[in-house]
Design a protein around this ligand. Structure first.
Ligand code: NAD
Length: 254
């Protein structure tokens, strides 16, 4: 019989950014289902996530912070350790998108997206990796990439740059830290029904176009990320380093 204990993350502490809604919320609940206690970080209230994590019989610590700068990072690690003693898993999920033609794209729409989607991802990873080394324990870092880590997209230049950067950074950090038993991998969600894609889904023509090329024949749901995130957070993926797993209903295979 297979040893499903390798998928358990019982007693581990997972920090999930952007845990208040959407994919971050679903991944927080998935990790709780597999036994982890959750530190949620967001700048919106996380009551709903708190309730869902608690319903899994797990503990939840919500930390309200704006991750558009690196300033809150030391305080977040400190608060997590005060409550749970170790940090074992980081899911860099918080992300934003700005849509405008590249010809008119502003420096603010460039910087806002790059700061949260790429700069904070790097420095949060660095901060938890330092903690993993101090604990002398293995660690798991899971970045949230995108279809636009693989493809160009249109009208989202800073988003495409940031998510392409996330895939490259995932490889680089995996190469540097694999020797410390730190796994750095990414999940590239396809087209998922969340606030992030509300504008896209409201545009009937674009929405039909997108749906038409998804082999699975439906938009993804936040729950579709639960299995993949548990896999990447658990010992089941100990020899997976630097890889970006598409969870896209077959979009990229088309
Ligand atoms: P969402 O907008 O529903 O959720 C994003 C979360 O991040 C929210 O809870 C938001 O409050 C939080 N957040 C935003 N800015 C923040 C900040 N400055 N500080 C702290 N928290 C902040 O979006 P989502 O669809 O759940 O997206 C989650 C991640 O998945 C993002 O990185 C996104 O780029 C990525 N993604 C989404 C899709 C999709 O189809 N929905 C596809 C590929 C990748």
């Amino acid at each position: 019989m297979m040893d499903f204990a390798r998928f358990s993350i019982e007693g581990k502490t997972a920090i999930v950014t952007g845990a208040g809604t959407g994919l971050g919320q679903a991944m927080a609940v998935g990790l709780a289902e597999a036994g982890a206690q959750i530190v949620g970080v967001d700048y919106i209230p996380m009551n709903e996530t708190d309730q869902a994590v608690s319903a899994m019989g797990s503990q939840f610590l919500g930390i309200e912070a704006n991750l558009s700068t690196t300033e809150p990072l030391p305080g977040i690690i400190e608060a997590a350790l005060k409550r749970f003693e170790t940090v074992d898993i980081l899911v860099n999920n918080a992300g934003i998108i700005r849509r405008h033609d590249s010809i008119d794209f502003t420096e603010k729409d460039w910087d806002d997206v790059m700061n949260l989607n790429l700069k904070t991802v790097f420095f949060f990873s660095q901060a938890v990796a330092k903690q993993f080394l101090a604990q002398a324990t293995p660690g798991k870092i899971i970045n949230i990439a995108s279809m636009l880590s693989f493809q160009g997209g249109i009208r989202v230049p800073s988003y495409t740059a940031s998510k392409s950067g996330v895939m490259g950074l995932t490889r680089l950090l995996a190469c540097e830290w694999a020797k410390h038993r730190i796994n750095v991998n990414a999940i590239a969600p396809g087209y998922m029904a969340t606030n992030n894609t509300e504008a896209l889904r409201a545009d009937t023509a674009r929405s039909a176009e997108i749906l038409g090329r998804i082999p699975a024949g439906r938009w993804g749901l936040p729950e579709d990320l639960r299995g993949p995130v548990i896999f990447l957070a658990s010992a089941a993926s100990d020899y997976v380093n630097g890889y970006t797993i598409a969870v896209d209903g077959g979009w990229l295979s088309r």
